[in-house]
Ligand binder design. Sequence first.
Ligand code: ADP
Ligand code: ADP
Length: 231
Amino acid sequence: MLQMDNISKVYRTETVATHALRDFNLHVQSGEFVSVTGPSGAGKTTFLNIAGLLEQFDSGRYMLDGISVSGLSDSARSKLRNEKIGFIFQGFNLIPDLNIYDNVDVPLRYRGFGRKERQRRIDKALEQVGLAARQKHLPSQLSGGQQQRAAIARALAGEPAFLLADEPTGNLDSIMARQVMELLEQINSQGTTIIMVTHDPDLARRAQRNIQIVDGEVADFHGFNATAAAV
Ligand code: ADP
Ligand code: ADP
């Protein structure tokens, strides 16, 4: 379970202070699939980066599976992130000169898993995303949808409890976007909690729950509002 209570985050430059999140409150139960929508600059990426322990926050309380994040040292935070969180991004972020197998292997090597365990995790993840036959291909030899599936395999190989996705279909045509969404739904049905930022109202609506972030806060509304999500 992910619990954020009164989280605030301010970005300061020499001249301006931007309140990216203000008194932000959100609880996500284990096993949920939550979509996040809202206008550009509203704080969606900031929320996801804090949720994924990539960024610090200024005040408030964030509990991830019962662990208070603010008290952690840098190394404890990295360890928690590696163990609990998988990320996927709009731009896939694959390493261009490594084949798909080796791309999935990168974070596993970083975490120090042995050869057999890495191989087990990579084979399982590539199988799950339907890319077992493409493991020797370079990213550039795959379609956008396949590249995103490879990036999903890389996240899954970490066996994360939480999968955080920032516009995962933003670079895909609607058919490939739907395939990626179906894959995410399948992953969610096997127990992984998913939080997905999207501008696509159709995909947002397919999640179990949609939250809107407006001006750094969770907007108060009931039910799904396609017009607001499309902003
Ligand atoms: P979106 O999440 O809407 O796709 P981005 O996250 O790329 O877009 O950026 C959202 C806003 O945050 C933009 O106005 C961008 O200029 C600003 N922004 C993002 N990163 C930085 C940064 N490192 N420094 C200053 N502003 C940034
Ligand atoms: P969204 O993802 O909803 O587009 P962001 O979380 O990227 O919004 O940005 C929220 C606000 O914080 C925006 O006003 C943006 O310009 C600002 N911001 C984001 N990242 C930075 C940064 N690194 N430095 C300064 N301002 C930032």
